[in-house]
Design a protein around this ligand. Structure first.
Ligand code: FES
Length: 118
């Protein structure tokens, strides 16, 4: 596993960050913005979230798998998200649609990986 991060990481500077494993197994430390959808943060950092429906629950391109320690600390999915997740060919215990998670700085340190299957 390869970790890409700047010389002085964002977390060392006190900024809210998350750790994302992309579909190639590379882990990125990304800065996050309060109130943004998690999908928007991933998209704007260019880690493979380019072809989404923008959060309309129409595509599931934003499928992510939360780290087990973090899954309990993120607000639970609503019924509409659960129904869309159930349509996926491969579902994991901590699968979520990142467009349905609104970033809060309390989530700083969140770890997740992008699902291969969407
Ligand atoms: S962005 Fe399309 S379902 Fe999440």
């Amino acid at each position: 596993m390869v970790v890409q991060r700047p010389a002085e990481s964002s977390s060392q500077q006190g900024l809210a960050t998350l750790h994302v494993e992309d579909r190639n197994g590379v882990v990125h430390e990304l800065e996050a913005v309060e109130g943004w959808r998690l999908m928007e943060i991933l998209r704007d950092h260019g880690v493979g979230m380019d072809n989404t429906c923008g959060g309309a629950l129409a595509c599931a391109e934003c499928h992510v798998i939360l780290d087990v320690e973090w899954a309990r600390r993120v607000p639970p999915p609503r019924e509409e998200e659960i129904e869309k997740l159930d349509e996926l060919p491969m579902l994991y215990e901590n699968s979520r649609l990142s467009c349905q998670i609104i970033w809060s700085d309390e989530m700083s340190g969140l770890r997740l990986k992008l699902a291969q299957e969407t």
